[in-house]
Write a protein that binds this ligand. Structure first.
Ligand code: HEC
Length: 139
């Protein structure tokens, strides 16, 4: 029993050696997505921690294995869609992303395991409808 505990503690301590890079690349303001204030408030509250260069790293982002989980969410999130670099997208890409936002707003975004730690990011149905309407995608 004591030995098992020792092994678990050792693994936990060794895991801390594998650190993640927590980078918020400085990005010109002009590249930021532009949306009405109430939409921006929702995006910042519920999406920016994975889809922007303005991620607010929580204290547990320093602790493995949470740090690894957050790192992969942010990397995958940013490469799928980055609101801080929106103006780098072509018109075609923007249209595709707006369609994707429309599609995911009711179902998968923000990620469920994010909401567990960030209750405030759980948008109401009405807020999700506002985001869908803003995308301009026809139902
Ligand atoms: C905890 C991290 C996290 C949060 C918060 C989050 N997302 Fe995501 N999002 C991801 C990840 C990771 C992916 C890519 C993998 C996937 O599709 O599951 C993704 C994919 C997407 C995509 C698909 C993009 C594409 O072209 O494939 C859209 C659209 C999207 N998110 C919109 C949103 C919106 C809108 C919000 C806020 C309401 C949001 N996300 C909040 C992590 C997040």
């Amino acid at each position: 029993m004591k030995k098992t505990l020792l092994i678990i503690v050792s693994i936990f301590l060794l895991a801390q050696l594998i650190q993640t890079e927590k980078i918020n690349k400085p990005t010109p303001k002009e590249l930021e997505i532009k949306a009405p204030e109430h939409i921006m408030t929702m995006l910042k509250k519920a999406c920016y921690d994975c889809h922007s260069n303005k991620v607010r790293w929580p204290w547990y982002s320093n602790i493995a294995p949470f740090s690894w989980m957050i790192d992969s969410h942010v990397n995958d999130g940013r490469s799928a869609l980055n609101f801080s670099e929106w103006e780098n997208y072509t018109e075609k890409e923007k249209k595709k992303e707006l369609k994707e936002i429309f599609r995911t707003a009711y179902i998968s975004m923000p990620l469920k395991d994010y909401i567990i730690f960030h209750e405030e990011a759980d948008l109401t149905r009405e807020e999700r409808t506002q985001i869908r309407d803003w995308t301009g995608v026809k139902k």
